[in-house]
Write a protein that binds this ligand. Sequence first.
Ligand SMILES: NC(=O)c1ccc[n+]([C@@H]2O[C@H](COP(=O)([O-])OP(=O)(O)OC[C@H]3O[C@@H](n4cnc5c(N)ncnc54)[C@H](OP(=O)(O)O)[C@@H]3O)[C@@H](O)[C@H]2O)c1
Length: 243
Amino acid sequence: MNSIFILGATSDIGRELSYIYAGKGYSLILSARDKSDLTALKQDVKVRFDVDAETVSLDLQDFENIDDVISSFKGQICGFVLMAGYLGDQQLAQSSKDEAYKIMAVNYTGSCAALESAAKNLESVPKSFIIGVSSVAGLRGRQSNYMYGSAKAGLISYLSGLRNRLQKSDTTVLTVLPGFVDTKMTAHLELPALLTASPAKVAADIVKGQTRGKSVVYSIFVWRYIMWIIRCIPEFVFKRLSL
Ligand SMILES: NC(=O)c1ccc[n+]([C@@H]2O[C@H](COP(=O)([O-])OP(=O)(O)OC[C@H]3O[C@@H](n4cnc5c(N)ncnc54)[C@H](OP(=O)(O)O)[C@@H]3O)[C@@H](O)[C@H]2O)c1
């Protein structure tokens, strides 16, 4: 029981996280949709770290299939990471039901189904852990990405409830709140350098939070204060801002 299931392993942050856990000697179950990306990552991890790694294809929009895929690793896993996410196109989502549904399905309903399955399979496993990657975008809705932000807000609330439920078990639940991260997801955006983390930094913060048994980690740390200020802005002011 020494494997970590990383859903969204081929994301830029997930890749760095895979390297850290492989470096610690864990076996990895690498999951996302694209099989060729997964196979390339598996080979990379095996060559670099000489650990066991396997791949499994899973689509968070394929709601009916999620529990079966994750539960097939019962007895093998001691940790589960929900890294997968979809930023989507806010403008498009305002006119396209498909885009709106996809943003919500990947970041909320599918993510919660995956975490629920992970909880079922891990709650009796000693010293096990669950990590859910949400976003600071979930802490206050803004016109530029409220479809994504609201789904991530739901995920934050879900993780809080799951942590509460599993408090008496030996399974920790960590909520990760990245700010801006320099990845494929944000490649089309101009991000302020001082507030933007590298995927490697976020992965290192995640592992530090998990090993210390934290409940919530921001990455980078300054986002805790930025979001505190943003949440203090009264709604009658906030609704007039172009954010
Ligand atoms: N980048 C940022 O600035 C930022 C900020 C805050 C939070 N985050 C969060 O951090 C996490 C990682 O972000 P990233 O920027 O590293 O992501 P990324 O490089 O864009 O990768 C996204 C990952 O999600 C997987 N994925 C997408 N749709 C999926 C689906 N329907 N089913 C299963 N897997 C799916 C992708 O693989 P396939 O396409 O092969 O499925 C890929 O592994 C996400 O949850 C994101 O929301 C990112």
